[in-house]
Design a protein around this ligand. Structure first.
Ligand code: MLT
Length: 254
């Protein structure tokens, strides 16, 4: 069944070859501020707040990550961008896989950061439902308390922890719950890896506790011609913990 397109606020900045930046759960497009600053001189940046995050409304009904990919393809049409470099971090990476599945012709280059190709295990799905109900009953701050310890490396500066906490707590609980259920439903994308035609880079924080370097390496080895960058002193949200190193890796790949 064709789903209605999901409304997303999209930040549009810079000029040059287009780059779509897809943020992690449960953040917003604001996650990419350092990369917007670093790359806007050479790239047209399209930075959505994914459905239910930042300035994008929570959809009225449960959606899938494939619905997000279709809505992003429509967004690219609106900006008259036929092909785009796609960089997705964690949940953003899951959506990049959905784009590969549904709109491979739109993906000119691919960056998979701190993410995984596999689907959730039954245990992970159950954990997501627990967290969805926590968001609905206790609010976004409870999700921030639960997730923050696993998002950054142990040495992350308190100001960055506070910044992430504010981003998470600023999101509507319903948007968080819907995204958790959408991630739980996503299919396994491992079979796609060997057939990825777009030049691809995998980036991972050396201290990423959620999608660790071993997993990134396995993904890199399965993608033809793929390169891997491991960022020292960075956890899961590696683009914010080591913004210059991340931007440098991304910029030189593009
Ligand atoms: C993210 O950073 O987007 C999340 O950790 C993804 C997930 O929960 O699988």
């Amino acid at each position: 069944m064709t789903q209605p397109l999901l409304g997303m606020r999209v930040r549009h900045a810079g000029s040059g070859d287009p780059l779509l930046l897809l943020h992690a759960f449960p953040l917003s497009g604001a996650q990419w501020e350092p990369q917007i600053q670093a790359l806007a001189e050479r790239h047209t940046l399209l930075v959505p707040d994914l459905p239910g995050f930042g300035g994008s409304p929570a959809p009225g009904e449960q959606y899938t990550l494939d619905d997000v990919a279709d809505s992003l393809a429509a967004t690219l049409d609106r900006y008259r961008v036929p092909r785009v470099a796609v960089c997705g971090l964690s949940m953003g990476g899951y959506i990049a896989f959905a784009m590969l599945r549904r709109h491979p012709e739109r993906v000119a280059r691919l960056v998979l950061a701190d993410t995984r190709a596999g689907a959730d295990t039954e245990q992970a799905r159950a954990g997501r439902e627990t967290n969805a109900q926590l968001a609905e009953t206790s609010g976004s701050a409870a999700i921030a308390d639960k997730m923050l310890p696993s998002l950054l490396s142990p040495g992350a500066p308190p100001a960055l922890v506070a910044h992430l906490r504010a981003l998470i707590a600023g999101n509507a609980p319903r948007g968080i719950a819907l995204a958790l259920r959408a991630m739980a439903q996503r299919p396994d994308s491992s079979d796609l890896l060997g057939a990825i035609a777009a030049p691809t880079l995998v980036i991972v924080g050396a201290d990423d506790a959620l999608t660790p370097p071993d997993e990134a390496r396995r993904m890199q080895e399965a993608i033809p011609g793929c390169r891997l960058v491991v960022i020292p002193d960075a956890g899961h949200i590696s683009n914010l913990e080591q913004p210059q190193v991340f931007s440098q890796a991304l910029g030189s790949f593009l």
